[in-house]
Design a protein around this ligand. Sequence first.
Ligand SMILES: Nc1ncnc2c1ncn2[C@@H]1O[C@H](COP(=O)(O)OP(=O)(O)OP(=O)(O)O)[C@@H](O)[C@H]1O
Ligand SMILES: [Mg+2]
Length: 244
Amino acid sequence: MENLRLIYDGKTKRVYVKSDDMLLMEFKDVVTALDGAKVTHAAGKGVLNAALTAYFFKLLKSEGIDNHFIHYDGERSVIVKKLSMIPAEVVVRNYAYGGLVKRLPLLKPLTKLNTPTVEFHYKSDELHDPLILSEDLINAGLVSPHELEVIKEVSLKVNDVLLRRFDGCGLLLLDFKLEFGRDSDGKVLLADEICGDSVRVIDSDGRHLDKEVFRRGGSVDDLVKAYTLLACKLGIDVRGFQCT
Ligand SMILES: Nc1ncnc2c1ncn2[C@@H]1O[C@H](COP(=O)(O)OP(=O)(O)OP(=O)(O)O)[C@@H](O)[C@H]1O
Ligand SMILES: [Mg+2]
C-alpha cells in the first residue's frame, strides 16, 4: 500500500498511517464468521464495502452529521481522520431481529419496535462483544455522560437519514452497527464503516442485501451479489461491477 505504515490488520480492514492526523482504511476481500475465527476469501467485497462506506459517510456529511470520512480512492481504500476509538459497538434497531430476538424471544423477528433503540456492546472478540448498559460505559470510564448523549443523539440521526434513504429505494433497514472515536480536540465523531457487513436491510420480498446472506449459509458469490445489488439499488457506481 504505497509504502504506508500498517498499524492495524483487522478482521475486514487494514489501517495505515497516511499523515499525522489521517489514516487509510483498506477494505479486504474477506468475509469472517465466528468473531473472526473463520475467514473466507470474497473477491470484490472490499471494493463494494469501501464504495458503500464512502457513499454513506458522504451522505451523512451532506445531512450535517460530521464524521471521520475525508476521501475515497474509487477502489478499496478510504482516507479518514485519525481518531482514538471508543471500544464500543453502537447498534441501532428499528425491528426485532438477530441478537435482540435471541435474548428476548418474546419479540418475534421483524416486529417493528415502538421506537428505534440504541444499544451498546463492549468490543471484545474474546468476550464476543457482550451487550452492556450505557451506565457501564460511563462507569468503566469509556465515555463521559455528555459523550454518551452525543453518541445516542448522533446514532438516532444517522438512523433517520439511513431509514429515509433505504426507504427511497424500496429497502427496509432492520438494524445497523456504528463506532465512534475522539479527535485530537476530544470531539466525538462517527467513524469506521457503514456497509453490507454492518447494516441489515431487506427488500420487499424479505431478501437480505447484507452479511446475513453468508451467516445463513449462502456462498461467497451470493454475498458479493447481495452487496452488488445493495450498491445498485442505491445508485452507487462501483468500479468493476455492473448493475443489470
Ligand atoms: N477514524 C478512525 N481512527 C482510528 N481507528 C479507526 C477509525 N475508524 C475505524 N477505526 C478502527 O480501525 C479498525 C478497522 O479494522 P477492522 O474493522 O477490520 O477491525 P476488526 O478486526 O473488526 O477489529 P475491531 O474489533 O477492532 O473492529 C477497527 O479497530 C476500528 O475500530
Ligand atoms: Mg471492525
